[in-house]
Design a protein around this ligand. Sequence first.
Ligand SMILES: NC(=O)c1ccc[n+]([C@@H]2O[C@H](COP(=O)([O-])OP(=O)(O)OC[C@H]3O[C@@H](n4cnc5c(N)ncnc54)[C@H](O)[C@@H]3O)[C@@H](O)[C@H]2O)c1
Length: 360
Amino acid sequence: MSAPIYTVVIAGMGKRGMHHAAAFHADPRFRVVGLCDIVADKLPAAAAKLGNPRTGTDAAKMLADLRPDVFCFCTMPTLRYDFIKLGVEAGVRLIAYEKPMALSSDEARRIMALVRQARVKTVVSHQHRYGAHYATVKQLIDSGAIGRVHTVYGHATGWMMHMMTHMIDYARWYAGNAEAQWVFGQAAGRRKLADLHPSPDYVAGLIQFANGVQGIVQTGACSPDVPEVEAWWRKCRVGAQGTEGFAEVLTGGGWRAVTRNGLLGGSGNMNYDLDMPPYIADMAAWLDDDRKVHCCSGEEAYKGFEILCAIMRSAADRGQVRLPLDDGRNELAELDRCLAAAPLAMTPLPDNAKEYGPAK
Ligand SMILES: NC(=O)c1ccc[n+]([C@@H]2O[C@H](COP(=O)([O-])OP(=O)(O)OC[C@H]3O[C@@H](n4cnc5c(N)ncnc54)[C@H](O)[C@@H]3O)[C@@H](O)[C@H]2O)c1
């Protein structure tokens, strides 16, 4: 019997929508049946590259008409719960969507309640895990080459709602996907709160994992530079320190390690053309077999997002925040109030737009 082909509707045909659509279109296990964007002008060129599926500007109507197996959406972070609900109501089996999975713990918890109740699989785009340089570091850590891991870290110059869920996801991965027990965080600056990826200008957090590993994460204006990497959005360093060395990846600059076998290193750069095909192929594997859970499942993403929300709560409330969270809140609104009341000395950020990265 030949393997089933899964139908896909994709909404949000911007940069990431096109990456996803191209990978679904190229994979023989999927058939792209619909493309949707509120900007109708984007659709003809996209459709021409993707087998000329149906196009439209209304995702609800398209889902109701086509009732696909998979709904993929790649919109700005302000649009998450409502599209998850549309997918669930249309009876899809899997929803693939972009990070960040939500803008608050309240929204993330409502998303998880909805998809768990409906038994809909979800996958969130932390696809750097498929980068060969990211995977090499994971293999080295798991091989024991750096001894017993005690610390993991991840930092990016990009701001929080863009980059922090990536940093937490990969740091957690390098920490053996351990459960987080508590988080401690601090934040500064309100300029990026008005961005489409609303964020404090600078955020830092400590994460205590149940296996004894501690994580250190930072994103935004005061995060360390990654001088080895030119491309601003790829200035991310994620790694692990162990009793016998360390191993780390730079999103735009390969990997390196000091191990019990000496100094190692290799090249590597973020490459959507290489990362997206296996990321998409693993969705078919999970649809085929419930046991083959996607490594970027919504459940994994939720654990990372809880950590991010706990960092924001810690910054707003002070002190450590226990995990798992047992209620939903709007952490960004709470941080906004608390940072507005902070004395200027608490936000010593340079008055220089370049420090905040390109407009996005
Ligand atoms: N995983 C990664 O590596 C990665 C990289 C870049 C961006 N992202 C994330 O991807 C998401 C999208 O970013 P992007 O750069 O592709 O944005 P984009 O602006 O290029 O694309 C978003 C598209 O969504 C469309 N849209 C908005 N509302 C819609 C609606 N109601 N129905 C249908 N279409 C709608 C817009 O018209 C636009 O074409 C963001 O959450 C961002 O953080 C992830």
